[in-house]
Design a protein around this ligand. Structure first.
Ligand SMILES: [Zn+2]
Length: 116
């Protein structure tokens, strides 16, 4: 398990997370593709918002199952909250928003979200 910190571009929204960040998911669905996400999913308790309650707003689409939270000031979406297939709450971290993470060293797995 690795402990990481991260946040949006302007610094209004900050988080801490525990997990394995050696791999990332790149989904080709209409939303992920436009935003260019590299994502890591973790159990909600392993994600902590350390700054920015009230500083972000939420985008919903499709079934509205995921809270896509983006900073009201800079527009960066550092994380989302949703529930997995077993209805357990999950956090999705945008690995592009993790401090000092060298994405050239992580394994990227493509996800075919477009066809779901
Ligand atoms: Zn921001």
């Amino acid at each position: 398990m690795t402990h990481v910190t991260g946040g949006c571009h302007c610094g209004a929204v900050r988080f801490e997370a525990e997990g394995d960040f050696s791999t990332g998911l790149e989904c080709n669905c209409s939303h992920c593709d436009k935003k260019g996400f590299v994502l890591a999913f973790l159990p909600r308790p392993d994600f902590k918002l350390t700054k920015g309650e009230g500083a972000f707003t939420t985008y919903h689409f499709n079934r509205g199952a995921i809270d896509h939270n983006f900073c009201k000031t800079c527009g960066t979406q550092a994380f989302g909250i949703g529930s997995g297939p077993d209805s357990k709450e999950m956090a999705a971290i945008n690995l592009r928003c993790v401090d000092g993470l060298d994405r050239s060293k992580i394994t990227i797995h493509p996800v075919n979200g477009k066809d779901f």
